[in-house]
Design a protein around this ligand. Sequence first.
Ligand code: ZN
Length: 609
Amino acid sequence: MKRIFSLLLALVMVLGLAALFPPAQAKTGGKLVALTFDDGPGPYTSRLLDGLKERGVEVTFFMVGSSVSRYPELVKRMYQEGHQLANHSYDHPDFTGLSDSEIRSQISRTNALLDKAAGAGSTYMVRAPYGSTNSRVRSVVGAPLTYWSVDPQDWKDRNATTVKNRVVSNAHDGAIILLHDIHSTSVDGALAAIDVLLDEGYEFVTVREMFRRRGVALENGVSYTRCSPTGVDYGPVAEPVISSASVNGKLQITITAQEGTSIYYSLENGTLNQESKRYTGPFTVEAPCTVWAVAAYNMNGDRSKTVSKTFSKMACEPPAIQVTEEGILNLTRVTPGTDLFYTLDGTAATENSTRYTGMVPIEPGTEICACAGGASFFTSATARATYSHLGNFFRDVYMDQWYYPYVDQAVHEGYMLGTGFYEFAPTKPLTRGQLITLLYRYSGETVTQEELDACPFQDLEKDRFYVEAVCWAYAKGIVIGYDETTFGPDNSVKRQEMCKIFGEFLSYRGKLLPEGTGSAEQYTDAAQIPQWAIPYVESMTACGLILGDKEGTFRPGATAIRAQAATLLVRLSELEDTLPDAPTEPVPVEPEPTQPEEPAPVEPEPSEP
Ligand code: ZN
């Protein structure tokens, strides 16, 4: 007996302590309450919507399908103003007296009408007429069911003050309050109650939002009466953030929102719904314009307030930079009405940089940066170009790049040309056809008709820029192709392959290559070099033509780029005379051509590899 008493005492103490110290909760935020309006829409619903809008309050409407079809515009308005749409049957029968298929028809007809009125795609919560359900009804309904925790009996006592007082005195955190917007007195009473409860610190949310905020996942076939805090407070759906940047002369809009939400936006108006554009990534706009956006877990309830941002300034393009052969800097306005600014010291141009007013003489070895801007424009991106030490003009080669002196030299010597309008495309992959063409051009030789006729490769496209060079290289033993008929002119060149081709080229030129046995071992990735390539990699390394990178790797399988080809050609021109000649073997002396042929005009590199 004594033991039982002390157990009871302990239990009382534990319970008492539990009451004094409720379980630790995450920040639980304010008091939430969900007003629900049944049986509408009706003649007073638009007055209710006006009052809710004025107060910034969102509620849930459990509507009967027969009235939805009478007031579709009101349903659309509810939805656009952030209220939750929900299903209260088609014509208000007691579900417990219906067959399964009759219940399903009551639900599906109203769902279809709601979809039609507000935009398809919602999952509608259900409240059974009279709150009358049983386990069969709940399972047939196929949606979360909503009951209520506060019933002010507004349908019985048609007095606005009575309704207001009952709502106010019974409201509690997590309450679901039952009202009917088909009574004028309920509309007035509800709005008056909202004013009092807002003063008391209540926040009005839709039913769905209340459960989401409290960390409760709604399940189909379950009835929900109230919403207790679970210790998780997810907070209101945060408003999305609209930001902009000037990208390629266009105003680029980025919208970000809380993880897990979808963003809907519009450039036309602030009434957003599921049919509004769904944000999937940054997009560009023409200023002036306004962007409206909303973040939502479910557009039928859990959504943020709509935000908007107006962009009055326009984006603009940076100027086109040109340097004439006389070394005169010329900036050309791309977006009309912009002012142009530039720097000549490699720093990014801003609207505080030197204003461009006309042609500016500049020295070789100058990096030019320029931007556009002005009162009605966002500052453009910076355009950058180089007037090189050797007097070349590049839009895509800059003095701080490792390959700059080589590209400058290779272009100066005429080994390589740009791919287009002052663009060199330094990082573009090099193809086998291009590499052979560069060596052919470097050699200054000309293919003969016999060599062209003897060329065995069947994958050389007639009239392509590389045909003569490849046939010449085959004739000279510099390349042999993948097999007897395949050369692969458009395949990109790997670094290991580049070693072989340069090695064979030097041998053809009669040079004795250092063997450099073991020199590949200095590369940390030496093990990746295939057996056939090792002698070439070693001899190229030993003569200093091809080097590894700063990290000490060789990357034998990496694709060679145009900047590397420029580097190799320049090094080759510097090294070639220092290499000893190979011992001469008796070779048949070729007859001198009777007429020296004109050197072929140098063709520009194709822009496509
Ligand atoms: Zn009802």
